[in-house]
Design a protein. Structure first.
Length: 240
């Protein structure tokens, strides 16, 4: 019988599959999504450059910025995850599956919001801080933006608890060989990077409080009408 964590994970994977199918069906959409994802990824790197320079926080910044959000096609990882859920449910506590489900929800919600933003952005004109903020306000979805931040907090705090549990770490290591034999090595790496990133911090409260404060302040500034709540992410960037 499936636990609530497994059920939630399968539900989020269905949402992810629908997004992947839309992306495959439209190269134009895929290109537009990668464009905005690259831009927002640079914004995140800029906002958290100080944390990325810290040996304590660098791995966690990379995990959130690359593994859970960023340009590119995540369909292979998510398809692998869908196939390996039965193995995970046998080897990992249901609470860990619930955490992976929340991580997937964060990834899916972020990409859904990107799709919605595209409706309010010029497909040809270069992205700017002002045009991004205008589209953000036109979308007018405070609830989903707040949900994004809540998911970051939820995933972060639960990962922080689980990395302190030797049995969970042992179960994840025990999955390594079966996952590689079954062709799920990339997925296993994803899971281990998340656990390693949070274990390296030796406590994530300060890291997560900083993210909560900064992302909430940016959201409120944009919705209040600011057209320059952060510097231009493209300044000094190498064209891609």
């Amino acid at each position: 019988m499936s636990g609530p964590g497994e059920t939630a994970l399968l539900r989020q994977l269905q949402r992810a599959r629908a997004l992947h199918d839309e992306r495959v069906a439209s190269p134009t959409l895929a290109c537009a999504l990668d464009r905005i994802a690259r831009w927002q990824s640079r914004r995140l790197k800029q906002t958290y450059a100080d944390l990325a320079r810290s040996p304590r926080y660098a791995a966690a910044v990379a995990f959130f910025g690359t593994d859970l959000y960023g340009p590119g096609d995540f369909s292979r990882r998510d398809a692998d995850l869908a196939r390996v859920v039965p193995l995970m449910s046998k080897m990992l506590p249901d609470g860990v599956l619930a955490t992976v489900a929340s991580a997937m929800e964060l990834s899916v919600l972020s990409h859904e919001l990107d799709r919605a933003l595209l409706k309010h952005l010029d497909a040809v004109a270069p992205l700017s801080v002002a045009s991004y903020c205008d589209a953000y306000r036109a979308l007018d979805d405070r609830a989903s933006r707040r949900r994004q931040i809540e998911l970051i907090m939820s995933v972060g705090h639960t990962l922080d608890r689980f990395v302190a549990k030797p049995l969970v770490r042992a179960a994840l290591v025990a999955m390594r060989k079966p996952a590689q034999v079954a062709g799920f090595g990339a997925l296993q790496d994803f899971l281990e990077r998340g656990f390693t990133a949070f274990r390296t911090m030796h406590g994530a409260d300060e890291f997560l409080a900083i993210i909560d404060a900064r992302e909430t302040a940016l959201m409120e500034a944009i919705l209040a009408g600011s057209c320059a709540p952060f510097p231009d992410p493209e300044a000094g960037a190498t064209p891609s």
